[in-house]
Design a protein around this ligand. Sequence first.
Ligand code: AP5
Ligand code: MG
Length: 225
Amino acid sequence: MRLVLLGLPGAGKGTQGDRISEKYGIPHISTGSIIRESIASGTNLGQEADGYISKGELIPDELALRVVHERIIQPDCKRGWILDGFPRTVLQAQELDRRLAEGGLGVQMAFDIRVTQAEAIERIAKRRMCSQCGAVYHLEHYRAKGKGICDKCGGELYRRSDDTEETARRRLSVYMRQTHPVLHYYGQDGRLYSIDGVRPIDEVFADVDHYLQKLVKDDHVGEAR
Ligand code: AP5
Ligand code: MG
């Protein structure tokens, strides 16, 4: 299963990526999370990316491509992967397809999780993240049971530095300018699946899962032939 999650900042890519990963046992790869971890640990990538991420700008394509390439060649990606927040430009999408074509294993489905800009801003403002395991919470829609503590690992919850209203608005406008054309890229050859993201998390997942079950079924039919 080789999937791409698209959608505005705050649309729920990370939330749905976790659910898909849990059900189907394939790694959820968030380029944003990888970059944030690199910044926290002070690696070369982190130092290069910090200035972009804190302003809500995209990191350069070649850097993002390197991050993804290094990750998807790892052994746990043999059965597939879920890319969250990548590709974010048409060039990234083209380059990903070009590289994957060499192994004959391209992106099968790209999900566009659709929310309004107002909803995206509200979700970002009330998001909290676990500083240890990266789990995502929301102060109203998806609350941690203990105040400020992660249900899964007991880590401390924090607010992302790019989740201020000003930077969030910047990220939305960057998305519309640079990432929105990626929808058209996957739509051209029938790989784009549009999902109404303004519903409870379980309902959004049920929609995504409907398509994934079809994909699994078609793969089995293909194997049996
Ligand atoms: P990234 O980390 O990918 O951030 P983003 O795209 O802005 O998306 P978010 O993580 O903010 O939102 P999400 O869609 O994952 O929503 P979530 O599930 O958390 O990227 C950050 C930065 O890294 C970029 O700005 C850029 O600088 C850089 N970068 C990353 N990839 C790059 C690339 N390929 N190229 C160049 N630069 C790159 O949900 C949001 C909130 O809503 C949560 O609180 C959640 O609990 C809640 N929620 C989720 N679903 C629902 C629902 N259905 N109903 C109610 N609440 C919900
Ligand atoms: Mg995310």
